[in-house]
Design a protein around this ligand. Structure first.
Ligand code: ADP
Ligand code: MG
Ligand code: MG
Length: 254
């Protein structure tokens, strides 16, 4: 069984005032097929965790470990992380001039598998994935991220999940900027991929709204750079009613 394991992770960033510790000892284990929601106030370090898993050069790991099936993720390049089975939604956030969605996906798949997918099956998979997400067929011929709306960006992420079949996905604020219809479609997409491939998901969100559609197996409350409490789906309901106040100490991180 695939496992992504984060142990006592401490991460800092360089600022004008010197190094600033953002993550202060994060422990988290995600098994395949599990959905873990990370919820927490703004500035608590949720995106820092996502970027660190992604291997963003801005973030310095001071101590601790991230392993995927026992392999040291922190020693891997960004490409190697993808090959090992990590999907990081923010990995390709930029516009890629002249590269269509269709080409991008096929190139990514070829790079991951070490060989190009058979064309017919590929075209069929792409089409059915886009249909399930109710995307216009013309979308495949648009340039990656060029003028994409929030909803199109998110759907593009789900198409990638469906076609690239990673072991684990880190989805940071996948719900931001989505109307309810789009949120439902994207959530159904995540659930569908989880069911069909055993994807493990780290779902980072500030709001409980998306958790009505994607049922988390575990909820972690992230405060001041570490996990302050964990529970099941019921913890999200409590957070919705009570907010994060009782978890926040008097010393702000920022
Ligand atoms: P979240 O995603 O939970 O809102 P972030 O990981 O984005 O939190 O930020 C965590 C902390 O790191 C915040 O205190 C934020 O101010 C700080 N931070 C993030 N990026 C920078 C940056 N580029 N320069 C200075 N501080 C930063
Ligand atoms: Mg520690
Ligand atoms: Mg964030």
């Amino acid at each position: 069984m695939a496992t992504l394991e984060i142990r006592d992770l401490h991460v800092s960033i360089d600022t004008d005032q010197g190094a600033k510790e953002i993550l202060r000892g994060v422990d988290l284990t995600i098994n395949e097929g599990e959905i873990h929601a990370i919820m927490g106030p703004n500035g608590s370090g949720k995106s820092t965790l996502a970027y660190t898993i992604a291997g963003h050069p801005r973030y310095t790991v001071d101590s601790g470990s991230i392993t995927l099936d026992g392999e040291d993720v922190l020693a891997m390049s960004v490409d190697e992380r993808a090959k090992a089975g990590l999907f990081l939604a923010m990995q390709y956030p930029v516009e890629i001039p002249g590269v269509t969605v269709s080409n991008f996906l096929r190139t990514a798949k070829t790079a991951l598998d070490g060989e190009a997918p058979p064309l017919r099956a590929w075209v069929k998979d792409l089409k059915s994935s886009m249909e399930a997400l109710r995307m216009d067929r013309g979308f495949a011929e648009r340039n990656v991220n060029e003028g994409f709306s929030g909803g199109e960006k998110k759907r593009h992420e789900i198409v990638q999940l469906e076609l690239l079949k990673p072991k684990f996905a880190v989805l940071d604020e996948t719900d931001s900027g989505l109307d309810v219809d789009a949120l439902k479609i994207v959530s159904e997409g995540v659930n569908r991929v989880k069911e069909s491939t055993g994807l493990g998901v780290l779902l980072i969100t500030h709001y409980t709204r998306i958790l009505r559609y994607i049922k988390p197996d575990f909820v972690h409350v992230f405060v001041e750079g570490r996990i302050a409490e964990q529970g099941g789906a019921e913890l999200a309901d409590r957070l919705e009613n009570e907010g994060y106040d009782r978890f926040v100490t008097s010393t702000p991180v920022a």
